[in-house]
Design a protein around this ligand. Structure first.
Ligand SMILES: Cc1cc2nc3c(=O)[nH]c(=O)nc-3n(C[C@H](O)[C@H](O)[C@H](O)COP(=O)(O)OP(=O)(O)OC[C@H]3O[C@@H](n4cnc5c(N)ncnc54)[C@H](O)[C@@H]3O)c2cc1C
Ligand SMILES: NC(=O)c1ccc[n+]([C@@H]2O[C@H](COP(=O)([O-])OP(=O)(O)OC[C@H]3O[C@@H](n4cnc5c(N)ncnc54)[C@H](O)[C@@H]3O)[C@@H](O)[C@H]2O)c1
Length: 450
């Protein structure tokens, strides 16, 4: 059966995550006819099973660990995390997301299509039994957790989505793969009382950050109780009466109750029938040019599904949506130009970075100065008794502009936003001394970054 054909749209967006939703509203406001297709929860990864629920759980972790640092210094006890109650609190955020995201589109006059989208040809999409025609398409289908198919009984491994919806906290947890997600989920489960193991296949977990900073970060998490197992290639999971045991091909054997795969995410492109539309892909996503156009002239892609050098994050997806809104409404024809993008690994402490890699600066020491600062005794960090607070700042010797930062502390999310703003505005460290920041805060401390 050919299926019914809907009206022809100006733009059809596939995927209702932060990228898809942002673009849909902007195009509609500019007078275009727009449809959005979603096969799962409206709102996408970030508010349903990513950033937002994770950060809600992190609020309890922050309260607990920050209290721990002040026991005997004004506080008597460290609070305990009640997992079921924390999850109920999290659900007050996640539960309404899908229906309110969908309804928001309907209220704005945007057509919503529930179901899996796949291309029939360059101008036609199939959503269930419906065929949808459009002048232009935008693919914003995001990523999903990658699997480790070579591991025996791999199906026993759960994903970050399962973790963020766990009604009960298992006693012993293993996370296989040491990236952003593993470190954050480890910090949460450990603070909530589980025995937590992070297993990584080489000696460079969190490889996006300098090895020295990752070592300092791991030392903090190890002191809290997280157990790291480096250079271990898990090859099998055996189910037993007590739970399950992870093994490698050598001596490694680890009994746990639940295992999560945290070994990277893969782009959602394999079931889109992209070859029918002439859209080419690379290993890490859909190939686009510097206008986010795919190899098909009327099809664009944005957000996590794109093969790109930039980190795959919500504000990057939002930035690309804003860019495409300008391009598709002919308000701009310029190539996309990303600002410096900050990233944070959440926990207590947090590890954050922005701008030039420290290793790149170290290779050109004539041009760049790398300042390594121990912030632990600065007022901000002493006040909250942060056990270890650090910053590495890269400065261009000639212009004195700050070009890169890595920082670890309980305040790192704020420090990195302040310094990313400085980097993007070509500011120097002395610029910070000419500002009046509210005192005493982490921002007013920045004048000591000399
Ligand atoms: C555990 C976790 C924590 C994270 N924490 C952070 C964080 O702290 N900060 C941060 O910036 N980023 C974080 N991220 C990343 C962030 O969630 C993503 O960068 C962001 O959601 C990308 O937005 P997107 O719109 O490109 O894709 P998504 O949000 O993934 O949305 C894509 C949508 O497309 C739908 N879809 C896919 N295929 C089809 C199809 N064929 N037909 C119809 N619909 C389809 C999907 O169901 C999904 O709803 C985290 C991710 C995870 C998993
Ligand atoms: N705070 C944040 O901003 C945040 C938080 C979570 C996720 N994210 C986004 O989601 C993305 C995916 O996160 P992620 O942690 O899944 O991926 P990741 O790419 O950050 O880390 C996965 C790690 O697993 C390792 N690995 C791969 N195969 C393995 C194996 N067989 N055994 C052990 N280790 C293995 C990889 O070497 C890699 O270091 C991030 O890159 C980021 O874009 C961002």
């Amino acid at each position: 059966m050919r299926g019914s054909i809907m009206e022809k749209f100006d733009v059809v967006i596939i995927g209702a995550g932060p990228a898809g939703l942002g673009l849909a509203y902007d195009l509609k406001q500019a007078g275009q006819t727009v449809a959005v297709v979603e096969e799962n929860r409206w709102g996408g990864t970030c508010p349903n099973r990513g950033c937002d629920p994770k950060k809600v759980l992190m609020a309890a972790v922050e309260a607990k660990l920050r209290s721990r640092h002040l026991v005997g210094k004004g506080l008597e006890n460290e609070p305990e995390i009640d997992w079921p109650s924390l999850m109920r609190f999290k659900e007050t955020f996640t539960e309404p997301v899908s229906s309110s995201s969908r309804q928001g589109l309907v209220d704005a006059g945007i057509t919503v299509l529930d179901g899996h989208a796949e291309f029939v040809d360059q101008h036609t999409l199939k959503v269930g039994e419906q065929r949808v025609e459009s002048s232009q398409f935008v693919i914003a289908t995001g990523q999903r957790p990658g699997r480790l198919s070579k591991i025996e009984n791999e199906a026993l491994m759960q994903t970050s989505t399962d973790f963020l919806a766990m009604p009960e906290l298992p006693k012993r947890i293993a996370l296989v793969g040491g990236g952003y997600i593993a470190f954050e989920l480890a910090a949460i489960a450990n603070a909530a009382g589980a025995e937590v193991h992070v297993i990584h296949h080489n000696d460079r977990p969190l490889k996006q950050f300098p090895a020295k900073s990752v070592k300092q970060f791991m030392e903090q998490l190890t002191k809290q109780g997280v157990q790291f197992h480096l250079n271990i290639d898990v090859t099998a999971i055996e189910k037993s009466a007590e739970g399950m045991t992870l093994r490698d091909d050598h001596q490694f054997s680890l009994p746990v109750d639940q295992v999560f795969v945290t070994a990277g995410r893969v782009p959602n492109l394999d079931t889109l029938n992209l070859e029918q539309a002439g859209v080419e892909t690379a290993k890490n996503g859909i190939m686009v040019d510097d206008h986010l156009k795919t190899t098909a002239s009327n099809i664009y892609a944005m957000g996590d599904v794109v093969a790109k050098a930039q980190p795959k994050l919500t504000p990057v997806a939002g930035f690309e949506a804003q860019y495409l809104a300008q391009l598709l409404t002919h308000q701009s024809s310029a190539a996309i130009a990303y600002p410096v993008i900050p990233t944070v690994v959440y926990g207590v402490p947090q590890l954050a970075k922005a701008g030039m890699e420290v290793a790149t600066a170290q290779k050109d020491s004539q041009r760049y100065e790398v300042k390594d600062l121990d912030l632990t005794n600065w007022f901000t960090y002493r006040r909250i008794q942060d056990p270890d607070a650090r910053a590495t700042v890269v400065v261009d010797r000639q212009s004195q502009q700050v070009v890169g930062v890595v920082t670890m502390s309980s305040e790192a999310e704020h420090v990195i936003n302040d310094l990313t703003w400085l980097i993007n505005h070509g500011g120097s460290l002395s610029e910070l001394q000419r500002q009046i920041f509210a005192y005493p805060t982490e921002a007013s401390d920045l004048e000591y970054l000399r």
